[in-house]
Design a protein around this ligand. Structure first.
Ligand code: CO
Length: 471
Protein backbone atom coordinates (compact mmCIF):
# COMPACT_ATOMS: atom_id res chain seq x y z
CA UNK A 1 0.00 0.00 0.00
CA UNK A 2 1.17 3.45 -0.88
CA UNK A 3 1.88 6.13 1.70
CA UNK A 4 -1.46 7.83 2.41
CA UNK A 5 0.00 11.20 1.51
CA UNK A 6 1.55 10.06 -1.73
CA UNK A 7 -0.75 10.87 -4.67
CA UNK A 8 -0.90 8.20 -7.33
CA UNK A 9 -4.08 8.96 -9.31
CA UNK A 10 -5.43 5.92 -11.13
CA UNK A 11 -5.71 6.41 -14.88
CA UNK A 12 -9.02 5.55 -16.49
CA UNK A 13 -9.69 4.15 -19.95
CA UNK A 14 -13.30 4.70 -21.05
CA UNK A 15 -14.84 1.79 -23.00
CA UNK A 16 -18.36 2.99 -23.83
CA UNK A 17 -17.47 3.54 -27.49
CA UNK A 18 -16.10 -0.02 -27.95
CA UNK A 19 -16.24 -2.85 -25.43
CA UNK A 20 -19.27 -1.66 -23.46
CA UNK A 21 -21.59 -1.57 -26.46
CA UNK A 22 -19.94 -4.66 -27.95
CA UNK A 23 -20.65 -6.58 -24.74
CA UNK A 24 -24.18 -5.31 -24.11
CA UNK A 25 -25.81 -4.42 -27.44
CA UNK A 26 -23.86 -6.46 -30.01
CA UNK A 27 -21.73 -3.48 -31.12
CA UNK A 28 -24.60 -1.50 -32.59
CA UNK A 29 -23.77 2.07 -31.49
CA UNK A 30 -23.47 4.24 -34.61
CA UNK A 31 -20.97 7.01 -35.31
CA UNK A 32 -23.87 9.44 -35.42
CA UNK A 33 -24.79 8.44 -31.86
CA UNK A 34 -21.20 8.98 -30.69
CA UNK A 35 -20.23 12.29 -32.24
CA UNK A 36 -22.44 14.80 -30.35
CA UNK A 37 -20.93 13.86 -26.97
CA UNK A 38 -17.25 13.39 -27.70
CA UNK A 39 -16.43 17.08 -27.13
CA UNK A 40 -17.56 16.67 -23.51
CA UNK A 41 -15.85 13.29 -23.17
CA UNK A 42 -12.64 14.95 -24.31
CA UNK A 43 -12.75 17.18 -21.20
CA UNK A 44 -12.97 14.37 -18.62
CA UNK A 45 -9.25 13.65 -18.39
CA UNK A 46 -9.39 10.02 -19.43
CA UNK A 47 -6.10 8.22 -19.98
CA UNK A 48 -7.63 6.94 -23.24
CA UNK A 49 -10.93 6.21 -24.92
CA UNK A 50 -11.25 2.73 -26.36
CA UNK A 51 -13.30 3.32 -29.47
CA UNK A 52 -12.20 1.07 -32.33
CA UNK A 53 -11.18 -2.47 -33.22
CA UNK A 54 -12.56 -5.65 -31.66
CA UNK A 55 -15.94 -6.31 -33.27
CA UNK A 56 -16.66 -2.65 -34.17
CA UNK A 57 -14.99 -2.96 -37.56
CA UNK A 58 -17.10 -5.95 -38.61
CA UNK A 59 -20.28 -4.41 -37.16
CA UNK A 60 -19.73 -1.11 -39.01
CA UNK A 61 -19.48 -2.80 -42.39
CA UNK A 62 -21.99 -5.60 -41.83
CA UNK A 63 -24.83 -4.07 -39.83
CA UNK A 64 -24.43 -0.30 -39.76
CA UNK A 65 -23.30 0.23 -43.39
CA UNK A 66 -20.58 2.57 -42.18
CA UNK A 67 -16.97 2.84 -43.21
CA UNK A 68 -14.98 2.01 -40.04
CA UNK A 69 -12.04 4.13 -41.26
CA UNK A 70 -14.32 7.10 -41.66
CA UNK A 71 -15.58 6.57 -38.09
CA UNK A 72 -12.01 6.58 -36.81
CA UNK A 73 -11.17 9.84 -38.62
CA UNK A 74 -14.28 11.53 -37.22
CA UNK A 75 -13.47 10.39 -33.69
CA UNK A 76 -9.92 11.68 -34.09
CA UNK A 77 -11.27 15.08 -35.18
CA UNK A 78 -13.44 15.27 -32.05
CA UNK A 79 -10.99 13.97 -29.46
CA UNK A 80 -8.36 16.70 -29.45
CA UNK A 81 -6.67 15.80 -26.15
CA UNK A 82 -7.65 12.23 -25.36
CA UNK A 83 -5.75 9.25 -26.74
CA UNK A 84 -7.69 6.81 -28.89
CA UNK A 85 -7.29 3.10 -28.25
CA UNK A 86 -8.18 0.01 -30.26
CA UNK A 87 -8.30 -3.77 -29.64
CA UNK A 88 -6.31 -5.96 -32.04
CA UNK A 89 -6.34 -9.80 -32.22
CA UNK A 90 -2.63 -10.31 -32.90
CA UNK A 91 -1.98 -12.13 -36.15
CA UNK A 92 -5.77 -12.41 -36.71
CA UNK A 93 -6.00 -8.57 -36.79
CA UNK A 94 -9.77 -7.97 -36.41
CA UNK A 95 -10.75 -11.07 -38.34
CA UNK A 96 -11.00 -14.75 -37.58
CA UNK A 97 -8.02 -16.24 -39.43
CA UNK A 98 -4.27 -15.67 -39.24
CA UNK A 99 -2.94 -13.18 -41.81
CA UNK A 100 0.45 -12.85 -43.44
CA UNK A 101 2.77 -10.28 -41.86
CA UNK A 102 2.41 -7.75 -44.69
CA UNK A 103 -1.32 -7.39 -43.96
CA UNK A 104 -0.75 -7.10 -40.20
CA UNK A 105 1.91 -4.43 -40.71
CA UNK A 106 -0.20 -2.44 -43.16
CA UNK A 107 -3.23 -2.59 -40.86
CA UNK A 108 -1.21 -1.25 -37.92
CA UNK A 109 0.28 1.49 -40.11
CA UNK A 110 -3.13 2.64 -41.35
CA UNK A 111 -4.75 2.44 -37.90
CA UNK A 112 -2.14 4.79 -36.50
CA UNK A 113 -2.17 7.06 -39.56
CA UNK A 114 -5.94 7.48 -39.19
CA UNK A 115 -5.85 8.34 -35.49
CA UNK A 116 -5.16 5.41 -33.17
CA UNK A 117 -2.64 6.14 -30.38
CA UNK A 118 -2.72 2.90 -28.36
CA UNK A 119 -3.04 -0.58 -29.85
CA UNK A 120 -4.01 -3.32 -27.41
CA UNK A 121 -2.79 -6.59 -28.89
CA UNK A 122 -3.71 -10.05 -27.62
CA UNK A 123 -3.43 -13.68 -28.67
CA UNK A 124 -5.97 -16.32 -27.67
CA UNK A 125 -3.19 -18.75 -26.67
CA UNK A 126 -0.87 -16.12 -25.14
CA UNK A 127 1.68 -17.25 -27.73
CA UNK A 128 4.09 -14.34 -27.84
CA UNK A 129 5.13 -15.16 -31.41
CA UNK A 130 1.64 -14.21 -32.59
CA UNK A 131 2.07 -10.72 -31.11
CA UNK A 132 5.53 -9.88 -32.43
CA UNK A 133 4.64 -8.52 -35.85
CA UNK A 134 1.93 -6.21 -34.54
CA UNK A 135 4.10 -4.95 -31.67
CA UNK A 136 7.03 -4.26 -33.99
CA UNK A 137 4.77 -2.48 -36.47
CA UNK A 138 3.31 -0.28 -33.72
CA UNK A 139 6.83 0.56 -32.51
CA UNK A 140 7.85 1.48 -36.04
CA UNK A 141 4.82 3.76 -36.52
CA UNK A 142 5.47 5.41 -33.14
CA UNK A 143 2.23 4.10 -31.67
CA UNK A 144 1.87 2.73 -28.14
CA UNK A 145 1.98 -1.08 -28.22
CA UNK A 146 0.10 -2.58 -25.31
CA UNK A 147 0.18 -6.36 -24.97
CA UNK A 148 -2.81 -7.96 -23.29
CA UNK A 149 -2.50 -11.21 -21.38
CA UNK A 150 -5.57 -13.33 -21.93
CA UNK A 151 -6.34 -14.10 -18.28
CA UNK A 152 -7.54 -17.55 -17.38
CA UNK A 153 -7.43 -20.11 -14.58
CA UNK A 154 -5.83 -23.55 -14.61
CA UNK A 155 -2.94 -25.58 -13.31
CA UNK A 156 -0.44 -24.02 -15.70
CA UNK A 157 -1.42 -20.43 -14.95
CA UNK A 158 0.61 -19.77 -11.83
CA UNK A 159 1.83 -16.38 -10.66
CA UNK A 160 5.28 -17.46 -11.88
CA UNK A 161 3.81 -18.04 -15.36
CA UNK A 162 2.31 -14.53 -15.49
CA UNK A 163 5.47 -12.93 -14.10
CA UNK A 164 7.56 -14.65 -16.78
CA UNK A 165 5.11 -13.55 -19.47
CA UNK A 166 5.43 -9.95 -18.26
CA UNK A 167 9.23 -10.12 -18.58
CA UNK A 168 9.01 -11.53 -22.11
CA UNK A 169 6.51 -8.89 -23.15
CA UNK A 170 8.75 -6.12 -21.91
CA UNK A 171 11.68 -7.66 -23.78
CA UNK A 172 9.71 -7.83 -27.03
CA UNK A 173 9.24 -4.05 -26.99
CA UNK A 174 5.75 -3.49 -25.61
CA UNK A 175 5.00 -0.15 -23.91
CA UNK A 176 2.48 -1.46 -21.35
CA UNK A 177 0.74 -4.65 -20.24
CA UNK A 178 -2.95 -5.31 -19.83
CA UNK A 179 -4.59 -8.05 -17.81
CA UNK A 180 -7.43 -8.98 -20.14
CA UNK A 181 -10.02 -10.74 -18.00
CA UNK A 182 -12.68 -11.26 -20.65
CA UNK A 183 -14.72 -13.68 -18.53
CA UNK A 184 -14.64 -11.84 -15.19
CA UNK A 185 -12.69 -14.66 -13.52
CA UNK A 186 -10.29 -12.46 -11.59
CA UNK A 187 -11.49 -12.19 -8.00
CA UNK A 188 -10.36 -9.29 -5.77
CA UNK A 189 -7.74 -11.08 -3.69
CA UNK A 190 -6.20 -12.75 -6.74
CA UNK A 191 -5.99 -9.33 -8.41
CA UNK A 192 -3.72 -8.20 -5.57
CA UNK A 193 -1.47 -11.24 -6.08
CA UNK A 194 -1.45 -10.96 -9.87
CA UNK A 195 -0.64 -7.25 -10.00
CA UNK A 196 2.19 -7.75 -7.52
CA UNK A 197 3.58 -10.63 -9.58
CA UNK A 198 3.44 -8.60 -12.80
CA UNK A 199 5.05 -5.62 -11.10
CA UNK A 200 7.84 -7.95 -9.94
CA UNK A 201 8.37 -9.06 -13.54
CA UNK A 202 8.29 -5.70 -15.29
CA UNK A 203 8.54 -1.94 -14.93
CA UNK A 204 5.91 -1.40 -17.62
CA UNK A 205 2.58 0.23 -16.64
CA UNK A 206 -0.13 -2.34 -15.84
CA UNK A 207 -3.75 -1.93 -16.92
CA UNK A 208 -6.70 -4.03 -15.77
CA UNK A 209 -9.50 -4.86 -18.17
CA UNK A 210 -12.25 -6.95 -16.61
CA UNK A 211 -15.97 -7.61 -17.09
CA UNK A 212 -18.75 -7.41 -14.51
CA UNK A 213 -20.22 -10.78 -15.60
CA UNK A 214 -19.56 -12.56 -12.31
CA UNK A 215 -20.31 -9.51 -10.14
CA UNK A 216 -16.86 -8.86 -8.63
CA UNK A 217 -15.34 -6.39 -11.11
CA UNK A 218 -15.44 -3.15 -9.12
CA UNK A 219 -13.91 -4.82 -6.05
CA UNK A 220 -11.29 -6.43 -8.27
CA UNK A 221 -10.42 -3.04 -9.78
CA UNK A 222 -10.05 -1.46 -6.37
CA UNK A 223 -7.78 -4.22 -5.08
CA UNK A 224 -5.71 -4.11 -8.26
CA UNK A 225 -5.19 -0.36 -7.97
CA UNK A 226 -4.22 -0.64 -4.32
CA UNK A 227 -1.66 -3.27 -5.34
CA UNK A 228 -0.08 -0.93 -7.90
CA UNK A 229 -2.18 -1.30 -11.05
CA UNK A 230 -1.79 1.96 -13.02
CA UNK A 231 -4.84 2.01 -15.30
CA UNK A 232 -8.35 0.51 -15.15
CA UNK A 233 -11.03 0.18 -17.82
CA UNK A 234 -14.52 1.48 -17.01
CA UNK A 235 -17.69 2.35 -18.92
CA UNK A 236 -20.09 5.27 -18.38
CA UNK A 237 -22.99 4.00 -16.24
CA UNK A 238 -25.69 3.68 -18.96
CA UNK A 239 -23.64 0.90 -20.58
CA UNK A 240 -21.79 -0.44 -17.54
CA UNK A 241 -21.92 -3.61 -15.44
CA UNK A 242 -23.52 -6.87 -16.53
CA UNK A 243 -21.23 -8.27 -19.23
CA UNK A 244 -19.62 -4.81 -19.57
CA UNK A 245 -17.15 -2.92 -17.33
CA UNK A 246 -17.61 -1.24 -13.90
CA UNK A 247 -19.18 2.23 -14.09
CA UNK A 248 -16.81 5.14 -14.63
CA UNK A 249 -18.64 7.52 -12.25
CA UNK A 250 -18.75 4.91 -9.50
CA UNK A 251 -15.09 3.98 -9.69
CA UNK A 252 -14.03 7.64 -9.82
CA UNK A 253 -16.19 8.34 -6.75
CA UNK A 254 -14.90 5.28 -4.91
CA UNK A 255 -11.33 6.55 -5.15
CA UNK A 256 -12.15 10.06 -3.88
CA UNK A 257 -10.26 10.85 -0.69
CA UNK A 258 -7.64 8.21 -1.45
CA UNK A 259 -4.22 8.60 -3.10
CA UNK A 260 -5.76 7.06 -6.24
CA UNK A 261 -8.41 9.76 -6.88
CA UNK A 262 -8.47 10.36 -10.65
CA UNK A 263 -9.85 13.85 -9.97
CA UNK A 264 -12.78 13.64 -12.38
CA UNK A 265 -15.59 16.22 -12.37
CA UNK A 266 -18.71 14.29 -11.33
CA UNK A 267 -20.99 16.95 -12.84
CA UNK A 268 -19.36 16.55 -16.21
CA UNK A 269 -19.65 12.76 -15.93
CA UNK A 270 -23.36 13.20 -15.07
CA UNK A 271 -23.90 15.27 -18.23
CA UNK A 272 -22.27 12.56 -20.33
CA UNK A 273 -24.36 9.85 -18.65
CA UNK A 274 -27.50 11.94 -19.33
CA UNK A 275 -26.62 11.89 -23.01
CA UNK A 276 -26.35 8.08 -23.20
CA UNK A 277 -29.24 7.20 -20.85
CA UNK A 278 -32.10 7.73 -23.33
CA UNK A 279 -30.24 5.46 -25.77
CA UNK A 280 -30.14 2.78 -23.10
CA UNK A 281 -33.92 3.13 -22.63
CA UNK A 282 -34.41 2.74 -26.40
CA UNK A 283 -32.20 -0.33 -26.54
CA UNK A 284 -34.11 -1.93 -23.68
CA UNK A 285 -37.43 -1.14 -25.36
CA UNK A 286 -36.33 -2.58 -28.69
CA UNK A 287 -34.94 -5.71 -27.04
CA UNK A 288 -31.40 -4.92 -28.23
CA UNK A 289 -30.30 -4.66 -24.60
CA UNK A 290 -31.34 -7.95 -23.03
CA UNK A 291 -31.87 -7.94 -19.24
CA UNK A 292 -30.09 -11.32 -19.21
CA UNK A 293 -26.70 -9.68 -19.85
CA UNK A 294 -27.27 -7.04 -17.19
CA UNK A 295 -27.35 -9.22 -14.07
CA UNK A 296 -24.80 -11.37 -12.31
CA UNK A 297 -23.95 -14.69 -13.91
CA UNK A 298 -22.25 -16.76 -11.24
CA UNK A 299 -21.97 -19.76 -13.58
CA UNK A 300 -19.11 -18.02 -15.27
CA UNK A 301 -17.07 -18.53 -12.07
CA UNK A 302 -18.32 -22.07 -11.53
CA UNK A 303 -17.51 -23.28 -15.05
CA UNK A 304 -14.82 -20.70 -15.87
CA UNK A 305 -16.59 -20.08 -19.13
CA UNK A 306 -17.03 -16.52 -20.48
CA UNK A 307 -20.59 -15.22 -20.54
CA UNK A 308 -20.63 -14.89 -24.34
CA UNK A 309 -19.57 -18.50 -24.70
CA UNK A 310 -22.43 -19.70 -22.46
CA UNK A 311 -25.00 -18.01 -24.69
CA UNK A 312 -23.30 -19.43 -27.81
CA UNK A 313 -23.54 -22.95 -26.36
CA UNK A 314 -27.24 -22.49 -25.67
CA UNK A 315 -27.94 -21.37 -29.24
CA UNK A 316 -25.84 -24.17 -30.77
CA UNK A 317 -27.73 -26.76 -28.72
CA UNK A 318 -31.06 -25.19 -29.66
CA UNK A 319 -30.20 -25.50 -33.35
CA UNK A 320 -29.41 -29.18 -32.82
CA UNK A 321 -32.57 -29.64 -30.74
CA UNK A 322 -30.40 -30.89 -27.88
CA UNK A 323 -31.06 -28.29 -25.19
CA UNK A 324 -31.30 -31.05 -22.59
CA UNK A 325 -27.55 -31.66 -23.09
CA UNK A 326 -26.58 -28.23 -21.70
CA UNK A 327 -25.21 -29.47 -18.37
CA UNK A 328 -23.33 -32.31 -20.05
CA UNK A 329 -21.74 -29.81 -22.44
CA UNK A 330 -20.73 -27.53 -19.58
CA UNK A 331 -18.97 -30.47 -17.97
CA UNK A 332 -17.35 -31.40 -21.28
CA UNK A 333 -15.84 -27.94 -21.84
CA UNK A 334 -13.03 -28.27 -19.23
CA UNK A 335 -12.24 -31.75 -20.55
CA UNK A 336 -11.84 -30.53 -24.15
CA UNK A 337 -9.92 -27.50 -22.94
CA UNK A 338 -7.50 -29.81 -21.12
CA UNK A 339 -7.09 -32.11 -24.18
CA UNK A 340 -6.42 -28.99 -26.26
CA UNK A 341 -3.55 -27.77 -24.04
CA UNK A 342 -5.62 -25.72 -21.55
CA UNK A 343 -5.89 -22.49 -23.57
CA UNK A 344 -7.59 -19.33 -22.30
CA UNK A 345 -11.16 -19.15 -23.62
CA UNK A 346 -11.36 -16.05 -25.80
CA UNK A 347 -12.04 -15.46 -29.51
CA UNK A 348 -11.35 -17.73 -31.32
CA UNK A 349 -10.26 -20.48 -28.85
CA UNK A 350 -13.58 -20.18 -26.95
CA UNK A 351 -15.52 -21.01 -30.12
CA UNK A 352 -13.18 -23.90 -31.01
CA UNK A 353 -13.40 -25.54 -27.57
CA UNK A 354 -17.14 -24.84 -27.22
CA UNK A 355 -18.10 -26.28 -30.60
CA UNK A 356 -15.98 -29.39 -30.05
CA UNK A 357 -17.54 -29.94 -26.61
CA UNK A 358 -21.01 -29.74 -28.18
CA UNK A 359 -20.06 -32.27 -30.87
CA UNK A 360 -18.53 -34.67 -28.35
CA UNK A 361 -21.71 -34.68 -26.27
CA UNK A 362 -24.28 -34.66 -29.08
CA UNK A 363 -22.55 -37.43 -31.08
CA UNK A 364 -22.17 -39.47 -27.88
CA UNK A 365 -18.50 -40.19 -28.61
CA UNK A 366 -15.45 -38.03 -27.90
CA UNK A 367 -13.69 -36.65 -30.98
CA UNK A 368 -15.67 -38.89 -33.36
CA UNK A 369 -15.84 -35.72 -35.40
CA UNK A 370 -13.16 -33.02 -35.22
CA UNK A 371 -14.03 -29.59 -36.59
CA UNK A 372 -11.60 -27.98 -39.04
CA UNK A 373 -10.65 -25.44 -36.37
CA UNK A 374 -10.02 -28.22 -33.81
CA UNK A 375 -7.74 -29.98 -36.29
CA UNK A 376 -5.86 -26.76 -37.04
CA UNK A 377 -5.42 -26.05 -33.35
CA UNK A 378 -4.10 -29.57 -32.72
CA UNK A 379 -1.73 -29.19 -35.69
CA UNK A 380 -0.19 -26.07 -34.11
CA UNK A 381 -1.60 -23.56 -36.58
CA UNK A 382 -2.97 -21.26 -33.90
CA UNK A 383 0.30 -21.39 -31.99
CA UNK A 384 1.72 -23.02 -28.92
CA UNK A 385 -0.49 -23.83 -25.94
CA UNK A 386 0.81 -23.55 -22.40
CA UNK A 387 0.35 -27.29 -21.80
CA UNK A 388 0.86 -30.09 -24.35
CA UNK A 389 -2.09 -31.51 -26.30
CA UNK A 390 -3.48 -34.90 -25.34
CA UNK A 391 -1.31 -37.04 -27.69
CA UNK A 392 -4.16 -39.41 -28.60
CA UNK A 393 -6.42 -36.56 -29.63
CA UNK A 394 -3.63 -34.87 -31.58
CA UNK A 395 -2.93 -38.19 -33.36
CA UNK A 396 -6.53 -38.20 -34.60
CA UNK A 397 -5.99 -34.81 -36.24
CA UNK A 398 -2.77 -36.11 -37.84
CA UNK A 399 -4.48 -39.29 -39.11
CA UNK A 400 -7.47 -37.46 -40.59
CA UNK A 401 -5.51 -34.71 -42.33
CA UNK A 402 -2.30 -36.56 -43.17
CA UNK A 403 -0.48 -33.41 -42.00
CA UNK A 404 2.33 -33.16 -39.49
CA UNK A 405 2.00 -30.63 -36.65
CA UNK A 406 4.02 -27.45 -37.00
CA UNK A 407 6.08 -25.97 -34.20
CA UNK A 408 7.13 -22.77 -35.99
CA UNK A 409 5.07 -19.56 -36.01
CA UNK A 410 2.21 -20.28 -38.43
CA UNK A 411 2.53 -16.88 -40.14
CA UNK A 412 6.03 -17.92 -41.23
CA UNK A 413 4.38 -20.47 -43.52
CA UNK A 414 2.25 -17.78 -45.23
CA UNK A 415 3.25 -15.91 -48.40
CA UNK A 416 2.71 -12.13 -48.47
CA UNK A 417 -0.89 -11.56 -49.54
CA UNK A 418 -1.46 -7.81 -49.96
CA UNK A 419 -0.81 -7.69 -53.72
CA UNK A 420 -3.24 -10.50 -54.37
CA UNK A 421 -5.91 -8.83 -52.22
CA UNK A 422 -5.35 -5.49 -54.00
CA UNK A 423 -5.85 -7.20 -57.36
CA UNK A 424 -9.06 -8.89 -56.22
CA UNK A 425 -10.74 -5.71 -55.01
CA UNK A 426 -9.31 -2.93 -57.17
CA UNK A 427 -12.61 -2.14 -58.90
CA UNK A 428 -14.05 -1.01 -55.55
CA UNK A 429 -11.11 0.94 -54.22
CA UNK A 430 -11.79 4.55 -53.20
CA UNK A 431 -9.13 4.88 -50.48
CA UNK A 432 -5.97 2.91 -49.55
CA UNK A 433 -7.68 1.49 -46.47
CA UNK A 434 -10.35 -0.33 -48.50
CA UNK A 435 -8.01 -3.23 -49.21
CA UNK A 436 -7.75 -3.84 -45.46
CA UNK A 437 -11.53 -3.90 -45.02
CA UNK A 438 -11.62 -6.39 -47.88
CA UNK A 439 -8.78 -8.49 -46.41
CA UNK A 440 -10.67 -8.92 -43.13
CA UNK A 441 -14.20 -9.52 -44.43
CA UNK A 442 -14.13 -10.09 -48.22
CA UNK A 443 -17.86 -10.67 -48.74
CA UNK A 444 -19.12 -8.16 -46.18
CA UNK A 445 -16.72 -5.48 -47.43
CA UNK A 446 -17.70 -6.07 -51.07
CA UNK A 447 -21.37 -5.70 -50.17
CA UNK A 448 -20.49 -2.49 -48.36
CA UNK A 449 -18.49 -1.16 -51.34
CA UNK A 450 -21.50 -1.81 -53.62
CA UNK A 451 -23.77 -0.05 -51.16
CA UNK A 452 -21.37 2.89 -50.98
CA UNK A 453 -21.23 3.26 -54.74
CA UNK A 454 -24.99 3.06 -55.00
CA UNK A 455 -25.35 5.76 -52.35
CA UNK A 456 -22.89 7.97 -54.17
CA UNK A 457 -24.70 7.65 -57.48
CA UNK A 458 -28.09 7.81 -55.71
CA UNK A 459 -29.13 4.48 -57.12
CA UNK A 460 -31.38 2.39 -54.90
CA UNK A 461 -28.87 0.26 -52.97
CA UNK A 462 -31.13 -2.77 -52.81
CA UNK A 463 -31.45 -2.74 -56.59
CA UNK A 464 -27.69 -2.46 -57.05
CA UNK A 465 -27.19 -5.35 -54.65
CA UNK A 466 -29.13 -7.67 -56.97
CA UNK A 467 -27.12 -6.46 -59.93
CA UNK A 468 -30.15 -4.71 -61.41
CA UNK A 469 -30.33 -1.03 -62.23
CA UNK A 470 -33.35 1.26 -62.14
CA UNK A 471 -34.70 2.25 -65.52
CO1 CO B 1 -13.45 -6.90 -22.93
Amino acid sequence: MADVNEKRPVKITETILRDAHQSLIATRMTTEQMLPIIGKMDEVGYHAVECWGGATFDACLRFLKEDPWDRLRKLKDGFRKTKLQMLFRGQNILGYRPYADDVVEYFVQKSIANGIDIIRIFDCLNDIRNLQTAVRAANKEKGHAQVALSYTLGEAYTLEYWEKMAKEIEEMGADSICIKDMAGLLVPNEATNLVKALKAGTKLPIELHTHYTSGVASMTCMKAVEAGCDIIDTAMSPLSMGTSQPATEVMAKAFEGTPYDPGFDQNLLAEIADYFRPMREEWIKSGRLDPKVMGVNIKTLLYQVPGGMLSNLVSQLKEMKAEDKYDAVLEEVPRVRSDFGEPPLVTPSSQIVGTQAVLNVVLGERYKNLTKESKDLLLGKYGKTVKPFNPEVQQKAIDITGEQPITCRFADTLEPELDKLEAEMKQWKQQDEDVLSYALFPQVATDFFKYREAQQSKIDPSAAKDGAYPV
